[in-house]
Design a binder for this molecule. Structure first.
Ligand code: S3P
Length: 436
């Protein structure tokens, strides 16, 4: 476990291109594996999560040439039901891999059972949310007692379309059900309480699948004949950019620019929150990349931040950025509240508990709520020592807390950042963050 201390700095500035999008890299690899034509994936994210997915895709029988490190991977798929999943797939820390792979595997030709497993953190995460709808479609999917991984998945049983009402907004569950729907008889529909990111729908459409919409639901009509996924160039990850953006809001002088970021509206809810809080953020739209809106984000230090209220309808479009609201709230005038964010409890850590623990450890005034948290803003935060709990976004939050603290913050478990953003510390140092 690596510990690193982040010291206060009065200004950060410069231009960075953040790493490629994690959600899109997972999807490009997985949809490439069921495509009828070889897919060139340029600029895939090189991280622990996406390496696990590439490994899984190879283990399921897809051809893989090139390498993530070289910036180009060519996936030769086996068609929509031609994969041969192995007895065990280690999904490591990647919930997206486990949930999307389950939806793909149930639709493959009859074969051996695959056990989807993962690290200690993934082994605590809820899988009934995918097992239940897949079983309702006719599949055999059995998680461990408690509804967590390891999860056994049998390919080859006949699947039937259905309407699945999601109790929570979740792009992973929605994607899982739609992917199973590709190989089901009839129409498979998903309704979410609030729409989540639509990367899977966009990529399926690009691959020639007729993605249906009706009464606020999204669906596919199966069984589909095949997928023809065009080559994918992966744009920058908004969730990684969010750390540089918030560093800019708190200390950007003269400015921080983040280039080539995916600006899918299902991902950028944080920008609206920042604007409400009084931040100086300019979005400069550029050309679409991989069927996704993209552009640059320019941020300057906010003269003053105001407290805000984040509610359930906003959470899905910023689900991975909510921890940053805690830090912003700690330095804003007034009391910031987040509610309707119960899903944070089942992320890579219980992010309601771990965010509040981190904020308190650096001297902020924060309390947990069942489905969110409350932070009473103050002029400054003293600093201290924090634990990442193996959660990449917590590690990076700790680093930003150090930047804006009085005495610095030591982050224990900083290596967790590599799950999504291996070059995080280098990028922050390039902007002027002091780390040792
Ligand atoms: C993701 C969806 C979100 C998000 C995760 C990536 C995806 O999870 O938190 O980091 O790629 O679909 P949920 O679908 O569980 O909300």
């Amino acid at each position: 476990m690596t510990s690193l201390t982040f010291r206060p700095a009065t200004a950060v500035a410069g231009t960075i291109a953040v790493p490629p999008d994690k959600s899109l890299t997972h999807r490009a690899f997985l949809l490439g594996a069921i495509s009828d034509r070889p897919v060139v994936v340029d600029d895939p994210l090189d991280s622990e999560d996406t390496r696990a997915t590439l490994h899984a895709v190879r283990a399921m029988g897809a051809g893989v040439e090139g390498s993530i490190e070289s910036g180009r991977v060519v996936i030769t798929g086996r068609g929509v039901r031609g994969l041969t999943p192995p007895p065990v797939i280690d999904c490591q820390n990647a919930g997206t891999l486990m949930r999307l792979a389950a939806g793909i595997i149930v639709g493959q030709a009859p074969g051996e059972v695959t056990v989807l497993d993962g690290d200690d953190s993934l082994r605590t995460r809820p899988m009934r949310r995918v097992a239940d709808p897949l079983v309702a479609m006719g599949a055999a999917v059995i998680p461990a007692e408690g509804g967590t991984p390891p999860m056994a998945v049998r390919p080859g049983l006949p699947l039937h379309g259905m309407v699945h009402e999601l109790p929570m907004a979740s792009a992973q569950v929605k994607s899982c059900v739609l992917l199973a729907g590709l190989n089901a008889d009839g129409e498979t529909w998903v309704r979410e309480p609030v729409p989540s990111r639509d990367h899977t729908e966009r990529m399926l459409r690009a691959a020639g699948v007729d993605v249906l919409e009706r009464d606020g639901m999204v669906g596919v009509a199966g069984p589909v004949n095949g997928l023809s996924l065009p080559d994918v160039r992966v744009p920058g990850d908004f969730s990684s950019a969010a750390f540089a953006i918030v560093a800019g809001v708190l200390r950007g002088d003269p400015a921080v620019r983040v280039t080539g970021v995916n600006l899918n509206p299902g991902r950028t809810g944080l920008l609206g929150v920042l604007q409400r809080m009084g931040a100086d953020v300019t979005v400069e739209p550029g050309p679409d990349v991989a069927g996704e809106p993209c552009g640059d984000v320019l941020v300057r230090r906010a003269p003053m931040l105001h407290a805000t209220e984040v509610t359930a309808d906003e959470v899905p479009s910023m689900v991975d950025e909510v921890p940053l609201v805690g830090l912003l709230g700690a330095l804003a005038a007034g009391t910031t509240t987040v509610s309707g964010a119960g899903e944070l409890r089942v992320k890579e850590s219980d992010r309601i508990a771990t965010v509040v623990e981190l904020l308190r450890a650096v001297g902020a005034d924060a309390d947990e709520r069942e489905d969110g948290f409350v932070v009473r803003g103050q002029m400054s935060i003293p600093g201290g020592e924090v634990q990442s709990h193996g959660d990449h976004r917590l590690a990076m939050l700790g680093a930003l807390a150090g930047l804006v603290s009085e005495q610095g913050v030591t982050v224990h478990g900083m290596d967790a950042a590599a799950v999504s953003y291996p070059g995080f510390t280098d990028d922050m140092v390039a902007l002027g963050v002091v780390a040792a």
